[in-house]
Design a protein. Structure first.
Length: 341
């Protein structure tokens, strides 16, 4: 029976492993679980304790599969130095860029990420934010709480049939595209890596960055790489139509945050921000009071149901890869490393 090392705290295990997946683990693997003695530093309900880096080689010794998540330290390439290291890294979380050295991909190690499963949660967040701001719900909520009633000078808008600009055709963008289908939107996408054929399959049309920015709804789905830093510039923000809704759930540095906040605080546009630059953000009082700003603390991909599915999502793909070499949706393609999130 192959050996699997779960390289995260018991608290994190309870967060990302549902009962069905725990049974799968026990059926298919000789599992080595980390204990509280292997963790480092205090934890909290919001953030379980991280694994002590010194515990990694101890727990991983002789393992065929490493199951990782938030709180797993960086996996040093020395784990594979003798040529007999783990065959699989299954990451029950998002990006693996801070977890592994890409050199291990050249050694035939199968790496899997639950990013595509998290993408669905992010897609739901984006859709919810778009509808919330389009209908001006925070403003009406505030009016009722303040003792008021109908705001005759304001009226919400519909998402149905609207032009939706999507920057970056990542897995989160594809989840949102799926969720938008019942609304019959005109979905335009800017992504230099998206082919016309693939765009047709998704049911969207390609556009350049300026045209995409001239949308009633604009959502951002780009990785944190040098090429995306500041790509949503002040000039592009100025091209947004009055009353546009902007949603950023990808990376804070991708957008000129100061310019966006200026246009939002002035009342010209609406924005939902789940990511910032820096994090946590240091926002002016005017931004904190603005009813056309929806501010959340980097939780777009964080749902109770989604988290519990993460380990199972990557493990099923990892098992298929071990059994017959099949690359499932969570497989990390080495050829796409440079543009991955």
């Amino acid at each position: 029976m192959p050996k699997l090392a779960a390289l995260f705290s018991p608290e994190r295990a309870a967060d990302v492993i549902d009962p069905e997946t725990r049974r799968l683990l026990e059926d298919r693997f000789d599992v080595v679980w980390a204990t509280a003695d292997h963790t480092k530093g205090p934890g909290s309900l919001a953030k379980p304790p991280a694994l002590d880096p010194a515990a990694v080689p101890v727990l991983a010794e002789g393992a065929d599969v490493l199951l990782t998540s938030w709180g797993t330290p960086h996996l040093d390439k020395e784990l594979w130095a003798d040529g007999n290291g783990p065959k699989v890294v299954a990451h029950a979380a998002g990006t693996v860029k801070n977890l592994i050295d890409p050199v291990i991909l050249d050694q035939g190690v199968g790496v899997f990420s639950a990013g595509p499963r998290i993408a669905w949660s992010v897609g739901e967040y984006c859709l919810a934010s778009m509808l919330t701001l389009a209908r001006r719900l925070p403003r009406f909520d505030g009016a009722v709480r303040g003792g008021g009633w109908k705001q005759t000078e304001y009226r919400g808008h519909e998402l149905a049939g609207a032009k939706v600009g999507i920057i970056g055709a990542s897995s989160t963008a594809r989840a949102l595209i799926t969720l938008l289908k019942p609304f019959g939107c005109d979905v335009v996408v800017y992504d230099p890596y998206l082919s016309a054929e693939r765009a047709a399959e998704l049911g969207v049309r390609l556009a350049d960055l300026p045209e995409t920015s001239e949308s009633a709804f604009l959502t951002i789905h780009v990785p944190n790489v040098p090429e995306t830093k500041g790509m949503i510039s002040r000039e592009l923000i100025e091209r947004l139509p009055d009353g546009a809704v902007v949603v950023n759930s990808s990376r804070g540095p991708a957008i000129d945050q100061q310019a966006l906040l200026e246009h939002a605080v002035s009342g010209r546009i609406y924005a939902a921000l789940d990511v910032y630059d820096p994090e946590p953000p240091e926002l002016a009082e005017s931004a904190l009071r603005a009813e056309n700003l929806l501010l959340t603390p980097h939780i777009a991909g964080d749902t109770a149901e989604g988290h519990l599915k993460l380990a199972g999502y990557v493990l099923r793909d990892a098992l298929q890869w071990l059994d017959n070499g099949t690359r499932g949706p969570s497989f990390v393609d080495p050829t796409l490393w440079s543009i991955a999130a």
